[in-house]
Design a protein around this ligand. Sequence first.
Ligand SMILES: NC(=O)c1ccc[n+]([C@@H]2O[C@H](COP(=O)([O-])OP(=O)(O)OC[C@H]3O[C@@H](n4cnc5c(N)ncnc54)[C@H](O)[C@@H]3O)[C@@H](O)[C@H]2O)c1
Length: 501
Amino acid sequence: SPCRGAISTMAGTAASSRRCCSWQQRLTVVVLVLICGPAASTRSHDRSCVKPHVPAAQMDWRAPRMRDAREAALVVRGGSNMEAIDFVFSDRATIPGFLGVDCQAELLAHVQAMGADKILLVTEDNVDQHHGGYWQPLIDSPNAPPIEKIVLPAGDEAKSWEHLHQLVRWNFDVGATKKSVVVAFGGGALLNVAHLFASITYRGMKLVSVPTTFLAMHDVVTSLKTSICFDGRKNNVGTFYAAQKILVDVGFCRTLPKAELFSGLGELAKNACLFGADHAEGFVRALSKPASGGAAEDFTMDIGTLLELTRLGIKAKMQVLAVDAYEKQFGMIFEYGHTVSHAIEKAYGDGIIPHGLGVVYGMLSCSYVAEKLGIMSSSERAQHDEVCNLLLSKWPLPSPRPSAELVYQLAMKDSKRGIAGEEPHQISDVLLTKMGDFVPTPTSNLLAFDGQLLREWLATFFPVTAELRAESSAEQSATTIPTPMTEPAPPAPQPSPLPLA
Ligand SMILES: NC(=O)c1ccc[n+]([C@@H]2O[C@H](COP(=O)([O-])OP(=O)(O)OC[C@H]3O[C@@H](n4cnc5c(N)ncnc54)[C@H](O)[C@@H]3O)[C@@H](O)[C@H]2O)c1
């Protein structure tokens, strides 16, 4: 059937991609695509799964340039309490960054050194309650410029037209000038809206980014994206904009709710699987420390480990952003697991499932599909899933669980839909052949596959309703894919011995 043909093409593609190369070499492919255009790297255009073909000679020719960019992505200068890190976004921007723990005095000195005529401190409710006093020494300093502060609602509520408008209005009301500096102080949500405000006011104001969540420290400041949410859609209005400084004090993580810590950890589990090597070893080591104990709200992790993980997360993101500053091509690999993750989070309802946990379940769904398509061997899948289970074992899926059908329907409405040219019965995500080795496609590395495979996986974690069974079996008769009922379900995640420590 046409369906089976599509699957075997994917499996064939995957087999050849296994021979192909490591992700570093694939990075070279992407650099080539960016430099020479798609024609240089793709011969045929099966929308879902064709691996770009690049002659080895061309790869060698471009490899030194790619290495330069990656090495430049993380230049640590040292010499003070805060490590200095250059955040290199290709040829778009290089932002000086500083990273430390409990480094208030030095962080404030960095802000003061901006030479602003006025500081516009943009923060949000929770952060202001926990850490509003952090800025007091600067407010009290006779040498510092005046500080104006505005407090937005906590979390995603701040990411609206109304609050963007409020910020612009406030900027002019307090007499800010082009010499004023916006200091964005909060989690990813606050940073997104404050950065957008800075990017459009006076066609771009000086901006300092001070993240306060673990996720924002390694996953948000490592991006040029700014955004608000409009008309019920997420992050659909925004710009790309570079701060002038990124100042990270990991000490802010001490007051984070554990669910927020898990969100940051989930993205690091994703990096561990995407890149393998030191990213996997660092993640496994951190989660295996005796101090990283307990589950859910009782989970603990010491601040030194969080610092190490923040460094690792920044490195993972920046080696990609160094060649894909706008996250249009290679950067899409960071969407790994996110098709199903968003659906699970939405199916439970806002704020119940930590985002990072959703991502790791999404990664499990991808490894299931990859094995079914013959892309990933069962032993590679076992290793991949063990890394995932390190985190999942510390936060069980809450009950009652939403139906598999609901999660499936939500996944079919994912905002990335269309990029991989999915047929109506297909869905897409990044797929790996093994840890550290993703399957490249000309469709931003998203690979379309039959949604039936996702249904099979969902049935192993979420209750299957009668409607889903009926719909499923109707589709089975039109395809050659095995039914969920005849396939053995993979075991539910359990605490497991560590594969890499
Ligand atoms: N490339 C990007 O721009 C990018 C990447 C990832 C996520 N995001 C966006 O970031 C947002 C998620 O960011 P987030 O995970 O940082 O969540 P968040 O900003 O919503 O913060 C999570 C919660 O933690 C609270 N909080 C923040 N810092 C705290 C602290 N130090 N102590 C106690 N509470 C604190 C917040 O008030 C909020 O309730 C989403 O809107 C997402 O779209 C953007």
